[in-house]
Design a protein around this ligand. Sequence first.
Ligand code: IMP
Ligand code: MG
Length: 182
Amino acid sequence: MEGLHPDIQSIILGEDDIRKVIERLGREVSRDYVGKSPLIVAVLRGAFVFTADLMRAITVPCSVDFMAVSSYGDGVKSSGVVRIVKDLDTKIEGRHVLIAEDILDSGLTLSYLIDLLQARRPASVHVATFAVKDIEGKVPAIDPRYVGVHVPNEFIVGYGLDYAERYRNLPYIGILKPEVYK
Ligand code: IMP
Ligand code: MG
């Protein structure tokens, strides 16, 4: 493996850890969706890496579509305003929708998305999130069916997660040094 990126304080999850998490999530999803052919809705941009890995670990027939929302801008705190930047191309009425998200922080982004997708009358909507940040004051109604890992309340990057669009390409998940964003 390459050396640690100089802006990263420490690695939370290395490539091998990530692979194991993905294998487990793939098994869980495949078991629950036998005979159902889910539509995986990747929440861009952060979830694109996770979605690509998760799909390849799913053994039931499935398809994918993409939605882009923005809640953070270029900052490290949720702005509280969720904006649709790109909508789905697929009609989801009657479909089993599985939202793939990179990280659940306040839950604001997901609660907005779930409401939006529910209004289109899918057969079901569930959430697979690679990470859940352990914080106080989450939107309580969000209960992801598939959770990869719990991470501490720090700003993390890598494996699709960015700070100001950087670090998505890191193959591991690490804590960003605070001096990078302060
Ligand atoms: P929420 O709406 O507060 O749950 O925020 C969810 C979104 O914020 C995620 O989809 C991420 O794009 C972004 N986010 C939250 N925490 C982090 C982090 O630690 N690093 C990078 N992005 C994050
Ligand atoms: Mg994001």
